[in-house]
Design a protein around this ligand. Sequence first.
Ligand code: 3PG
Length: 308
Amino acid sequence: MSVKVLVATDKPFAPVAVKGIQEVCKDAGFECILLEKYTDQADFVNAVKDVDAVIIRSDKATKEVIDNGDNLKIIVRAGAGYDNIDLEAATAKGVVAMNTPGQNSNAVAELAFGMMLYSARNFFNPKAGSELREKTIGIHAYGNVGRYVATIAKGFGMTVKAYDPFICSCKIEEDGVIPVASVEELYSTCDYISLHIPANDKTKNSINSSLFKIMKDDAVLVNTARKEVIHENDLKKAFAEKAKFKYLTDIAPACDAELKEQFADRYFATPKKMGAQTNEANINAGMAAAKQIVAFIKNGDTTFQVNK
Ligand code: 3PG
């Protein structure tokens, strides 16, 4: 019986990326099954029943999904953040979980700048806007996306600072970026803050009043990471207390409608998370995921496993 690979994507990959995934599977002698734009989580739970491997994006690989996969051996999150995989359930069932770090990072970084330019030009109304040049951007977490943000920011003539307690400041300096010693220093000294922290127990709600209150009055917070890291009530307070504060996000908060209504000139959220939604990022991440599955099933390669 051939190995079955399920591609379960509520937000589908570009057709060219799907074709690439199908080819990788075919070359390996594997069968590729597509479950796209599903509206019910039960469809995902059912589709996993007899497959060996699953490729997902932000789709929720819950305990129910994992436990229903009688033959399931591996789940690959085609992307960076794997907060949507129940790692405990995967580990308990002996299922390997992986991500594809770096494969969609440039797309996310470019979207951050798209939103920054859009807001700097007053969401394209004809009032005089401002330029990014000579402004300071603070990168909160200097991983793959953070590094692309730094490269692009330098092209715009911005001063670039970064805070990342997990990375040697010497590595940050090597890129011509100014490392700062504390998150407070980052938030209090920058015009733009670009968020690239993952969502986990330590980071959820961590962007709260303690940071909002020390930000510049006209600071712009750019979130292409996760909505869960923002303390939404404190965000609303920041809007009320700082007349020029702006929030730009690729992951709309629960209070999206309220912010749109009250602060239309200072708030923007993409209609659907789209940082990684480019042909290039879909091809890179989707095909990397398929190749990682082949390498694991054929050779036991566990590079990129996140539940070791
Ligand atoms: C990621 O973690 O890789 C990004 O958030 C992209 O998510 P998506 O594949 O659901 O667009």
